[in-house]
Design a protein around this ligand. Sequence first.
Ligand code: SAM
Length: 208
Amino acid sequence: MSLNTNTWNRLRYTLYLPVYDLIADRIFRKYRKRSVELLNAKPGDAILLLGAGTGLDLPYLKGYTNLTAIDITPGMIAKLQERAEKLHIPVNARVMNGQQLDFADNSFDAIVAHLILAVIPDPVACIKEVERVLKPGGTVMVFDKFLPDGQQPTIVRRFFNQIAGTLFSDINRSIGAIVSHTSLTIELNEPATLNGTFRLVRLRKPEL
Ligand SMILES: C[S@@+](CC[C@H](N)C(=O)[O-])C[C@H]1O[C@@H](n2cnc3c(N)ncnc32)[C@H](O)[C@@H]1O
């Protein structure tokens, strides 16, 4: 049984806060930059950063004027706001559950979902919310670790996932399986780091 709940995530990310940037900044910089390039958004587009953490994506979003960031951990949002102020980037930052977004349907032109779909307790609830708040024709950039679609995790992997999923992030999720619960289509799925375990995936919501 996994301990991966929203309450646990809020607690552990509050504890990780002092060291989070040391772990998640340098090694992922290249992919954050690439992800924003692939998002291909216009400067005035309404962009949602989902599970935004301390705002490590913000340096790559300079010039975008309509940014919203949400995260379930208040400390993460506080740090993101500090970073946004330092970088002079306007961001509407709010504490919110990514499985139950407090936004109207079709609110955003683009969504950035970095290192969240393998962490959030219910990735299907999250992707359904992404689909709901994204405008028709809108794009989502996902950066995360996934099992290749169709590959079943071994018993050993399932065992280790009890620990990884509780302390770090789930290692047995497949992007295709998650997205299959929505109308979103996978436009691009390119390998990133760790031999392609981490992927950059672009999703699109069909036009009406
Ligand atoms: C691995 S960090 C990724 C942060 C950031 N996206 C990045 O790329 O550095 C996962 C983030 O998801 C947040 N999180 C976990 N569960 C969440 C939920 N249900 N809703 C919103 N954010 C959540 C955590 O607080 C944490 O900031």
